[in-house]
Design a protein. Structure first.
Length: 152
């Protein structure tokens, strides 16, 4: 395998890690959308739904980019679970503020992974992946901004 093939495989591996993290964050965000309660219910219910939709929207693009690089993608809930780094939270009674804080932190971790993917894509001259990641970083930063502003 040439260094170019190795670097493309590394980018594809990072894309699969991103795919797992995105599915986990999507499900967690939807979980909070379904279970949020309290005086800010409506605003948070709508915010979480909007953010979950945005996160889910990148999953197909991420998987297809990995395929374009010649890699297989995640194939099941089990393969997502094996690669995810977003911590599950099954507490259906979690308070609204704790939900917002967790999602802000999780989106921050996602943004960090996106930056690492951007660096790897740039290092391997994978301009297509790099360009896609720019948008995903901006979206993650906006979610972080909205969530942290909600906590103030």
């Amino acid at each position: 395998m040439s260094p170019t093939d190795n670097s493309r495989a590394a980018v594809a591996d990072l894309l699969n890690g991103l795919l797992a993290k995105s599915f986990a964050l999507y499900f967690k965000t939807k979980n909070y959308h379904w279970h949020v309660t309290g005086p800010r219910f409506r605003d948070l219910h709508l915010l979480f739904d909007e953010q979950a939709t945005e996160i889910f929207a990148i999953t197909d693009l991420v998987a297809e980019r990995a395929r374009k690089l010649g890699s297989a993608t995640l194939t099941s809930i089990g393969s997502v679970a094996a690669r995810q780094t977003i911590r599950d939270n099954d507490d259906a009674a979690l308070g609204a503020e704790a939900m917002v804080k967790e999602l802000a932190d999780d989106n921050q971790r996602l943004a960090e992974q996106l930056r690492a993917l951007k660096e790897a894509a740039d290092a391997s001259s994978d301009y297509a992946t790099s360009a896609l990641v720019d948008t995903w970083i901006d979206e993650a930063e906006q979610r972080i901004w909205f969530l942290t502003a909600t906590l103030q």
